[in-house]
Design a protein around this ligand. Sequence first.
Ligand code: NAG
Ligand code: NAG
Length: 542
Amino acid sequence: MAAARSSAVENGAPRGSIRRPLLRSLIRFLLLAAAPLVAVGFAWYRSARLEERREAGLRALGAEGLFLFSSLDTDRDLYLSPEEFKPIAEKLAGLSPPAEFEEEEDRDPNGETLTVEARMQPLRMDTMTKSKDGFLGVTHSSLSGLRSWKSPAVPSTVISARQFRAFLPPKDKLDVGDAWWIVPSELNIFTGYLPNNRYQPPPPRGKEVIIHSLLSMFHPRPFIKTRFAPQGAVGCIRAASEYYFDIAFRIHAEFQLNDVPDFPFWFTPGQFTGHVLLSRDASHVREFHLYVPNDRSLNVDMEWLYGASESSNMEVDIGYLPQMELQATGPSVPTFIHDEEGNVIDSRVGGAGGDPVQFVFEEIHWKSEISREEAARRMEVTFYPFKKVEYLPFSEAFDRAQAEKKLVHSILLWGALDDQSCSGRTLRETVLESSPVLALLNQSFISSWSLVKELEDLQVSHLAALHLEKYNFPVEMMLALPNGTVVHHINANYFLDQTAMKPEEDDGTMFSFSGGFEDPSTSTYIRFLQEGLEKAKEYLEQ
Ligand SMILES: *[C@@H]1O[C@H](CO)[C@@H](O)[C@H](O)[C@H]1NC(C)=O
Ligand SMILES: *[C@@H]1O[C@H](CO)[C@@H](O)[C@H](O)[C@H]1NC(C)=O
């Protein structure tokens, strides 16, 4: 995003004759204005001109037309530069953007290739919350991209084995169980989020290329960099032999289902996961499988816009996608081979009058391996460092706390802590993954997080009732005795307000201990945990 913004600034330099009178009157204005007023005056002048242009645009194009225009106007100056016009030029001229910039070696005619097939069943519309009221108030055009997406865009394709080298581990991660970023996340709490108001994915670079081509088999507009965290792709060595790796992977990506003139509609599966079994030099791929897990009752987040700008209203819903997967039909094979006499034979056709060539593959004996579950857990911790401490299901956490005589550190949320939803994001990306908080949680607490809905369904449990009594929307952090009594709690919004306002003001009433951390939210959270321990002292010392 930073790159896009800075080029937008460059493009914002005055262009053409339209602006010259503006410049002249601006100079006159500057000469007249007193120095301290210049900045204010200029800002006012600019926003007044922008407002004028917006009104002119509205008159000329109407609301929908202006929206279309604005979606191309990346620097928001209400002029289109040639660069900004490019997507339209490509569309009208039928040129495709340069999606495939493969390196030479990928086209090695002696290299092996494999066939990958795509399968999907469309989203079950009746699982969306909005279906309960018959999609009342949802305009037809919002859902058009979703409704018309019934099958993979590309049911089958041939890919060179070499391209899968993007899934190979870096040189310093060659042990079974090692996890690494294939596509690193570029988002954090300081960079903010990528804009919603986009239709075309940016051209993929480097290791993104193969992931982009694979996901393009489902839909032509995959975004390899999601707008929100978690972002990126992680790999983990599940098994290794002398010549082969079995690499597990987890990818967070999303699709833009609508195109102009409809407003954007984002389709974000919980994750894409799977494995690729390949030789250490990526000349041969034995197995490849990629899929969206369907073992939960809901596995897709959807967000769509109701207007022209970033600040427009957004609708959010969730739903169930029964199937979305890619699978290799078999191991990769060379297209051309040489027979004993040195003749080149096309392996699909066979030798003189023969049948297609039958290949025999050596058996792989793993020297070392871990389970698929363990590989999944390691990738999860790479995406979510807060999971370095274990988060147990609600009732289990209280049992464990009872046995170990610890406090339960419990987070009660409206939306899930480890999905893409907004409520858990801020917490997860700050305090819960800071190392002092991780250390204290690990040492003195049993952690758990639950959805309000889940606890309401547990109504018989008095533990759940005691929890719900203290809950306030959207997220409440609680510290409870093993018998369910909540000794301390804090609302996430209150917590964030607090830490935003006062950086390092230790009132010293209870603990001077927490003063040393640089990050105010970390020290405030540590203090919260310490206060809970203090309040539970009697119980803990029994
Ligand atoms: C938690 O504590 C255990 C043992 O006390 C230790 O082995 C482990 O590394 C700790 N984990 C974290 C995330 O601090
Ligand atoms: C839980 O235990 C504490 C301390 O032992 C006690 O004060 C409290 O009343 C108990 N709460 C319930 C709900 O039993």
